[in-house]
Design a protein around this ligand. Structure first.
Ligand code: ADP
Ligand code: ZN
Length: 731
């Protein structure tokens, strides 16, 4: 290595901070020196900020004026592998390094000194005078054996005031000790309780275990229908990874999924893993960050940003439901966690498992090309079978315009209810109705700040913009023509479907599952669990229900509008619809009862609908792949989306046109530029949005060309420019 790994006091070091500066800053190493990669606190103007020692200082500044690092934080230095990962990820996503470092330090109180708290346990002597209250405290401590309590916990358990406990401490009857606030996670036992695997599952588990033992990089697609035991199989890979004394990470797409998952980890390994997602408290976040960094968390279960934790020895990353669109971060740093997992593992010499029933075309193509291994679970576990899938041709149904459940579907639901089974009606639309229309003048109520319609949410009695979240009361008078009581809800949302179902199935207990109907992820989790345990007969849900939850008694899935996703201009529209329909249908018949999926469609002959029904996935992927190859779009070509936004419509178009006129750096790599054009949603939160799209051959250094291109322009102050490599959404 060219730089030394340790800097003595007074040596110049270059520090990367989390502040939006475009270069590293020089500091003097503090008393006692500091290691390469050390997390440090440094002065920046009047403030103190967190940074990482990135290398030797440049020394192009008056040494006497350079300030010292304030102190080295109580955390293991960032490993070289992690620094390389952040650098490569920044290059790939065209993200400034400080933003990458922010992503890698997203836990509160990292700069705080190691914090301690007082804990209480049984002391060494008995007090002479034992009051009732004192006796209760000692009894609690005896009852719980060697366990220790915080002051508050102990007082509450014993039903006494904290001063009673304090009194006992003075008499040495209760011992007061300091203990670190951030406790290590309990040990996970690889051999706690593994299930007997089927032959199919065992073959896959063997292959995965062998790949882990190579101690080398590799990515495996683990494909299998919902319920085939992918989770069981990859938990065996996790077990092997822990046996090798390496850390493991399981990424899940939805917070709502984790409670069920944590229980499975508990069953398999005898204890709970570390959790990392937006629903975790700040204290738990800091604990997870610190313990992962000390190697005292063997397994992390988390959302995409868990990929940026300071693992000491990461051996395996599982990306469950790898095709899920929520892996693509759409705010701040635009990265795809699936791709970043592969990047991090390839730097580390670790394994990646991409699990899915319906892989993304990218992953499917990588497996086809032999870049990824491929393992397949072909049947469902036990006696459960794949649902029988059928279309309901809506052209043959006579349905009034304010109803969405066809007679055929209604009868099918009724049959299931009569048998005491659960049914699910799926519609991928939140709210009551997507359009509020004035019957007098034809006006549709839109958002004041966005180029979007307001969606009626009847439970909340408000109209809501799904772009910016703005709400307003449902008006009685048309804001355009002033006509009274002529506003009508048009089209169905999940709430309206519930209304219809309540009329059709008056005796059924109906539960509506939509992400906006619950105050918290916790409330939602609780509701899902209650439903799974038989708390409802009929579930009406949005795409929330498509993801992984086990409803054991669910035997019928009705898709209200299978055509919905096919209408978009999105290059992945077909793929998304295919995945979503297969996933939702997969909810039916998980346990021992055969299931059925019924898809209401006006286009039963559409190739995507036919592929969904036929069950011939490989055919679908091959056809889709060949279309993308012809169009030279991902995964067979590269794309970047540039979105410009500004409150000033003229400015944003002028800037876009200037970019288009000066596309030399793009032409040098034979990249094609499209636009500027108004974005599909041309105004969000009062900002006008313009898109440019760049398409290039797979082999060209697109990021470098984009950087050179963008660097030519001076951005007006209130204009925002974002570059999205491999864009997943085109809004
Ligand atoms: P997937 O992840 O593919 O959806 P799961 O791993 O969740 O499938 O398996 C579906 C259900 O079947 C789960 O309840 C799981 O515990 C059970 N299961 C799968 N394989 C086995 C096995 N070999 N022994 C016992 N139960 C199993
Ligand atoms: Zn809006």
């Amino acid at each position: 290595m060219e730089t030394s790994d340790f800097f003595d006091e007074g040596d110049l070091v270059a520090v990367l901070t989390t502040q939006p500066l475009d270069r590293l800053l020089d500091y003097k190493a503090p008393e006692g020196g500091c290691a390469l990669g050390a997390f440090v606190e440094v002065p920046l103007g009047p403030r103190k900020v967190i940074g990482v020692v990135w290398g030797k200082g440049r020394g192009d500044y008056d040494y006497a004026k350079i300030r010292s690092v304030i102190r080295v934080l109580d955390a293991a230095p960032m490993r070289e592998e992690m620094r390389l990962f952040l650098t490569r990820a920044a290059d790939y996503t065209l993200t400034p390094m400080p933003a990458m470092l922010r992503l890698a330090t997203r836990a509160p109180g990292l700069g705080d000194p190691p914090s301690m708290r007082k804990i209480y346990r049984l002391g060494s002597s008995m007090p002479d005078r034992l009051t009732d209250a004192r006796a209760r405290v000692l009894q609690v401590l005896r009852d719980y054996g060697g366990l220790s309590f915080t002051l508050k916990e102990l007082a509450e358990q014993a039903g006494v005031t904290t001063s009673v406990v304090k009194g006992l401490v003075k008499l040495s009857a209760v011992a007061e000790e300091d203990s670190p606030r951030d406790l290590p996670y309990p040990h996970l036992d690889s051999d706690h309780a593994s299930k007997d695997l089927t032959t199919d599952q065992a073959t896959c588990a063997d292959a995965l275990r062998a790949s882990i033992r190579t101690d080398d990089y590799g990515t495996t697609l683990l494909k299998g229908v919902t319920g085939s035991g992918k989770t069981e199989v990859y938990l065996e890979a996790v077990a092997e990874c822990l046996r090798q004394r390496r850390q493991a990470l399981v990424l899940l797409p939805e917070i709502a999924l984790t409670s069920e998952f944590l229980t499975r980890v508990q069953d398999r390994f005898g204890a709970q893993p570390a959790e990392w997602h937006s629903g975790v408290t700040m204290t738990e976040r800091r604990r997870a960050w610190k313990m992962v960094g000390q190697g005292a968390a063997q397994l992390v279960v988390g959302a995409r940003s868990a990929l940026f934790l300071p693992y000491q020895n990461l051996g395996l990353v599982v990306v469950d439901e790898e095709h899920d669109t929520s892996y693509k971060q759409e705010d701040g740093v635009l990265y795809n966690a699936r791709d970043m997992a592969v990047l991090r593992a390839s730097i580390l010499g670790a394994q990646v498992i991409l699990a899915s029933a319906t892989p993304s075309l990218e992953t499917w193509a990588n497996a086809e090309a032999g870049k990824y291994n491929r393992l397949e679970l072909t049947s469902r576990f036990g006696s459960s079978m794949l649902p029988d899938m059928r279309a309901i041709d809506m052209r043959d149904e006579t349905l009034p315009s304010d109803r969405w459940i066809s007679d055929t579907l209604q009868k099918a639901v009724q049959t299931r209810l009569d048998q005491g089974e659960q049914a699910l009606l799926f519609i991928n639309r939140r709210g009551y109705a997507p359009i509020t229309l004035c019957r007098a003048c034809g006006h549709q109520i839109g958002c004041d700040h966005c180029d979007a319609r307001m969606v009626e949410h009847r439970f909340q009695k408000r109209l809501m913009c799904h772009q910016c979240g703005e709400t307003k009361p449902i008006p009685k008078i048309c804001p355009n023509c002033g006509a009274e009581d002529r506003l009508a809800a048009v089209g169905p949302g999940v709430e309206r479907l519930t209304e219809e179902a309540t009329k059709l199935f008056p005796d059924a207990r109906i539960a509506t599952l939509s992400s906006d109907l619950y105050g918290s992820a916790r409330a939602l989790k609780a509701q899902i669990e209650e439903i799974a345990n038989g708390g409802a007969d009929l579930i009406i849900g949005t795409q929330l229900v498509a993801k992984g939850h086990n409803f054991k008694n669910l035997t019928l899935v009705g898709v209200i509008d299978a055509d919905l996703g096919l209408q978009g201009s999105d290059l992945r529209a077909a793929e998304r619809t295919f995945q979503l329909m297969r996933q939702v249908s997969g909810r039916a018949g998980r346990a021992d009862k055969p299931g059925q999926a019924l898809l209401q469609t006006y286009q039963p002959d559409h190739p995507v609908i036919r592929a969904i029904l036929s069950g011939d996935e490989e055919d679908f992927w091959r056809a889709e792949a060949s279309e993308r190859r012809h169009a030279a779009v991902p995964p067979y070509g590269r794309m970047a989306g540039i979105v410009l936004s500004s409150p000033d419509i003229q400015e944003v178009f002028d800037f876009g046109n200037e970019m288009a006129r000066n596309d030399g750096p793009l032409r040098q790599v034979n990249a094609q530029l499209f636009g500027p054009a108004p974005a599909p949603i041309a105004r969000v939160r009062g900002r006008h949005r313009v898109r440019l799209l760049v398409k290039a051959d797979k082999s060209v250094p697109l990021q470098a060309a984009l950087s050179r291109w963008v660097a030519q322009f001076k951005q007006p102050n209130n204009l925002r420019l974002t570059i999205d490599i491999d864009p997943q959404s085109f809004y």
